[in-house]
Design a protein around this ligand. Structure first.
Ligand code: AMP
Ligand code: GLY
Length: 419
C-alpha cells in the first residue's frame, strides 16, 4: 500500500516510523516532511494546509491511504475533500474536528451532556467579557475560541491580567479570527494527564497514558511551548481513574458526537486534569498530540496500518490492540531562544550513533538534510525517545542519548519524566 502522511514534525516522523514496520506498506510519502523524515519516506513539497494540492498529489500518485496529522487541515476539511474524491483518509471530518477547533463548541457539548469540565462563560463581545472579569474571582483562565498554536490560553491571577487577555485576544486579534469569541473558565488544579484514543465513532480504545511538559524551562518556568518533552505512562493515571474516565468522559464523548450528527473517526485526544472532585476535561484535540505520539507509538505492539484501516472501516471492535509493558521518555532538543526568536541552520552532530538502535529513537521535528548532513530548521529540532522497563531507566537512557547529540545553542529541559 502507498501511504501519505500530511505534516512535518516529530509527531509525523513517529507515525511514519511506526507505519514503516507494517509489512503491507510498500511506499511511504510525507507532505511536506523534514530532514529526518526524508530518511524513511519520500518528502513531497506540498504544504500540510494545501487541501487541493494534497488531493491532486494523492490522485496522481494512486495513494491508497492519507493520514492527516495536524489540526489545521483537519479543521479545514481535508479528510472530507479526500473522501469526496474516493481517497481513503484517516482523521476526523471537518464537522467532528470542531471538537478541537472551537472551544466554545466543546464546552457547550460538555455542559449539555454533563461531561465533567471546568465551569465557564462564553463571550463574543469584548465589553461584556470585560464586565464579567471585573467582578469574577481569581485565578481564572481566558481562552481564545479557535486554533491558536496552543498559545491561546491565558491564566490570569488578577482582574487587570484578565482585562489585558480579553483585549489582546478580542480587540488586538493576537490570534486572528480564533479570537472572535473567548471562553472564560474556572481555574482548576491537579495533575494533568493526556489520554489519546483510537475511535471509529462507535468503539473507543484508549492508548497508554502520557504527560507533556509545556513550559520552556525546568520546574515549569518560562513561556509555554509546543511541548518540551513527554513520558508514558503517567504515574497518576491509575486503573481506577481510567475506569472513571471511560464511563464519564470517553464513552459519553463519542456517543454524544454521534448523536449530534458529528461521528468522530480518528484519534481523539483527551487533555485531563485529575482534580479532587474527579477527572475533568481541559481540552479535546482531534488528532495525535505532539510530542505525546513520540512516546506512545514506540510502546504500541499492534500494526498501526491495521488500526488505521479498522478505524476507517468502522471495525475497531475486531482488532486487539496491545502495548509493551514498558516506559518511554522523550526529551525535546530545541533551538536556543525558542519559543521566541532563534537562529536556524546549525549543523547537528552525533545522530549516526542511534541509526540502528531499537530502544532509542531520534524523531526529527525541525531539521533539514543537505549533502548528507543534518541542520537545525525549526524551534523544536529533535525529540529523543528512549524505551526501558521503567520510567527512571527510560529517563536515564534518554538523557544519556541527548548528551551524545549536539548543535549550537541547543536547549532542553533536564526534568522530563520526573513528576
Ligand atoms: P488547553 O490548550 O486548553 O489544554 O490549555 C493549555 C494549558 O493551560 C493546559 O495544559 C493547562 O495547564 C492550562 N489550563 C487550561 N485550562 C485550565 C483550567 N481551567 N484550569 C487550570 N489550568 C488550565
Ligand atoms: N502536546 C499537546 C498537543 O499536541 O496539543
Amino acid at each position: 500500500m502507498k501511504v501519505l502522511v500530511v505534516g512535518s514534525g516529530g509527531r509525523e516522523h513517529a507515525i511514519l516510523w511506526k507505519l514503516k514496520q507494517s509489512p503491507r506498506v510498500t511506499d511511504l510519502y510525507c507532505a511536506p516532511g523534514n530532514g529526518g523524515i526524508s530518511e524513511i519516506a519520500r518528502c513531497v513539497s506540498v504544504e500540510a494546509t494545501d487541501i487541493e494540492g494534497i488531493v491532486a498529489f494523492s490522485k496522481e500518485n494512486n495513494i491508497d491511504l492519507v493520514v492527516v496529522a495536524p489540526d489545521d487541515p483537519l479543521a479545514a476539511g481535508m479528510v472530507d475533500a479526500l473522501e469526496a474524491e474516493g481517497i481513503r483518509a484517516f482523521g476526523p471530518r471537518r464537522n467532528a474536528a470542531l471538537i478541537e477547533a472551537s472551544k466554545a463548541f466543546s464546552k457547550q457539548l460538555m455542559r449539555k451532556y454533563n461531561i465533567p469540565t471546568a465551569e465557564y462563560e462564553i463571550f463574543d463581545d469584548s465589553e461584556k467579557a470585560k464586565e464579567y472579569v471585573r467582578s469574577a474571582s481569581y485565578p481564572l483562565v481566558v481562552k481564545a475560541d479557535g486554533l491558536a498554536l496552543g498559545k491561546g490560553v491565558i491564566i490570569c491571577n488578577t482582574a487587570q491580567e484578565a482585562l489585558d487577555a480579553v483585549s489582546s485576544i478580542m480587540e488586538d486579534k493576537k490570534f486572528g479570527s480564533a479570537g472572535q469569541k473567548v471562553v472564560i473558565e474556572e481555574f482548576m488544579t491537579g495533575p494533568e494527564v493526556s489520554v489519546l484514543a483510537f475511535t471509529d465513532g462507535k468503539t473507543l480504545v484508549p492508548m497508554v497514558s502520557s504527560q507533556d511538559h509545556k513550559r520552556v524551562f525546568d520546574n515549569d518556568k518560562g513561556l509555554n511551548t509546543g511541548g518540551m518533552g513527554t513520558f508514558s505512562p503517567s504515574r497518576h493515571y491509575t486503573e481506577e481513574i481510567s475506569k472513571v474516565c471511560m464511563d464519564k468522559i470517553f464513552k459519553p464523548t463519542i456517543e454524544v458526537m454521534k448523536k449530534e450528527g458529528r461521528p468522530f473517526k480518528g484519534v481523539l485526544y483527551f487533555g485531563l486534569m485529575l482534580t479532587d472532585k474527579g477527572p475533568k476535561v481541559l481540552e479535546y484535540n482531534a488528532r495525535f498530540g505532539d510530542p505525546e505520539t513520540q512516546v506512545i507509538l514506540p510502546l504500541l505492539e499492534t500494526d498501526l496500518l491495521d488500526i488505521f484501516e479498522a478505524v476507517i472501516d468502522e471495525k475497531l471492535d475486531t482488532i486487539n490492540i496491545t502495548w509493551k509493558n514498558e516506559a518511554a521518555v522523550c526529551v525535546i532538543m530545541a533551538s536556543g531562544g525558542y519559543p521566541e526568536k532563534y537562529v536556524k541552520g546549525y549543523e547537528i552532530s552525533g545522530l549516526e550513533k542511534f541509526e540502528n538502535c531499537k530502544d532509542i529513537i531520534v524523531f526529527h521535528a525541525g531539521t533539514k538534510k543537505e549533502s548528507g548532513k543534518f541542520y537545525t530548521n525549526g524551534g523544536r529540532v529533535l525529540g529523543v525517545t528512549a524505551i526501558a522497563p521503567n520510567l527512571k531507566m527510560a529517563r536515564e537512557k534518554a538523557y544519556k542519548a541527548v548528551s551524545d547529540i549536539a548543535f549550537k545553542d541547543a536547549h532542553f529541559r533536564r526534568d522530563i519524566g520526573i513528576k
